[in-house]
Design a protein around this ligand. Structure first.
Ligand code: ASP
Length: 332
């Protein structure tokens, strides 16, 4: 069952995170590996929780959490991002502030160490919402962000995954049907690395009643160079509005774009009177499912309700309310 945690108090600050959705390798992993994923998720949650406990903004909390997920080698955004069909990396990220609907996003960046911070720099600059490629990188550099050589993002495991996808291959879309199409490595985490979506994201409610969302990804393995997924598209993979919810998605990006998934959660609440839970479940299990879209999302509303639905076998995810122990989950 997806989690639908009730708020302990109407305005208790809370952060929720995800590290991608996908197919399980439950029978192949050791308890130690599983514990390592939970420890990583909980460390990220605590970092975000600390920001909120000190009265920091939801925007700050989601950026801190996503930056930590980008830097953590267990999750495949930032360092460890997937390869394009030409064995390069093109990273996408977005942030949105629900208090004023300010948003910033970057797509197709190759040299910014933390794409989520580049997205935040676009938001703070204020002139544009979505910037791509070299122009986005120049803005990030002039904002003082760390730049890296493109091979900073590369890992051997991701290259093996690209070659496997190309050998198999019919395209960029990962196989999420649970069939044993790719050999399962004993080194994998709880979700099959060849059939897991690599996005990370965070949503938060702060002590001032404001919501924010952030998402960052390397996209899909073997994607065409120039392809942009849902993650940096405001309304598709990322959305936040204090009046309704903050949402960050992970999954087959083309499907999330077609149903405007993140905004659809908010629209169902604003115009249809749905609760956070009803809206989130409907988007994942009805709107996305109707077009064969696989993945999940994390969402928080202004009452501190949290919903973490997905239609894959697993999704790395967790939540932490200020003053309470972080909780992390991988399987259904
Ligand atoms: N949604 C991302 C994309 O399509 C992939 C993911 O969630 O891992 O780019």
């Amino acid at each position: 069952m997806p989690q639908a945690a009730s708020p302990a108090s109407p305005a208790l600050p809370v952060i929720a995170i995800h590290g991608g959705a996908g197919t399980l390798t439950r029978s192949h992993i050791s308890p130690e590996q599983e514990r390592a994923y939970h420890a990583a998720l909980q460390a990220v949650l605590r970092a975000g929780q600390d920001v909120l406990a000190q009265g920091g903004s939801a925007l700050e909390a989601v950026c801190v959490a996503v930056q930590a997920l980008e830097d953590c080698p267990l999750f495949n955004a930032g360092h460890g991002a997937v390869f394009t069909a030409e064995a390069t990396h093109e990273l996408d990220a977005a942030v949105m502030d629900g208090s004023n609907l300010a948003a910033g996003a970057v797509a197709g960046v190759t040299r910014v160490r933390n794409p989520v911070l580049a997205a935040r720099a676009v938001l703070q600059d204020g002139q544009h919402v979505l910037m791509i490629g070299a122009g986005a990188e120049r803005l990030a550099q002039s904002a003082g962000l760390a730049m890296v050589a493109p091979d900073y993002f590369s890992t051997e495991a991701r290259l093996v995954q690209l070659r496997a996808a190309q050998a198999k291959s019919s395209g960029a879309v990962l196989d999420h049907d649970g069939a044993a199409a790719l050999a399962v490595s004993a080194q994998e985490g709880p979700l099959h690395e060849g059939r897991k979506m690599g996005t990370v994201g965070a949503v938060a409610l702060d002590a001032h009643g404001h919501l924010a969302a952030a998402t960052s990804t390397g996209g899909l393995t073997n994607k065409r160079p120039g392809r942009v997924g849902d993650s940096p598209l405001i309304g598709a993979g990322t959305y936040a509005d204090d009046r309704t919810a903050a949402v960050s998605c992970t999954g087959h990006g083309e499907s999330f774009i077609r149903v405007a998934a993140a905004h659809d959660v908010c629209a169902r609440m604003a115009h249809g009177g749905a609760t956070l839970h009803e809206a989130s479940e409907a988007v994942v299990h009805q709107a996305l499912a109707a077009i064969g879209g696989t993945g999940g999302l994390i969402a928080v509303d202004r009452l501190g309700q949290v919903c973490l639905p997905f239609n894959t076998e697993g999704m790395y995810r967790g939540l932490a309310r200020v003053g309470q122990a972080p909780e992390s989950f991988i399987y259904r």
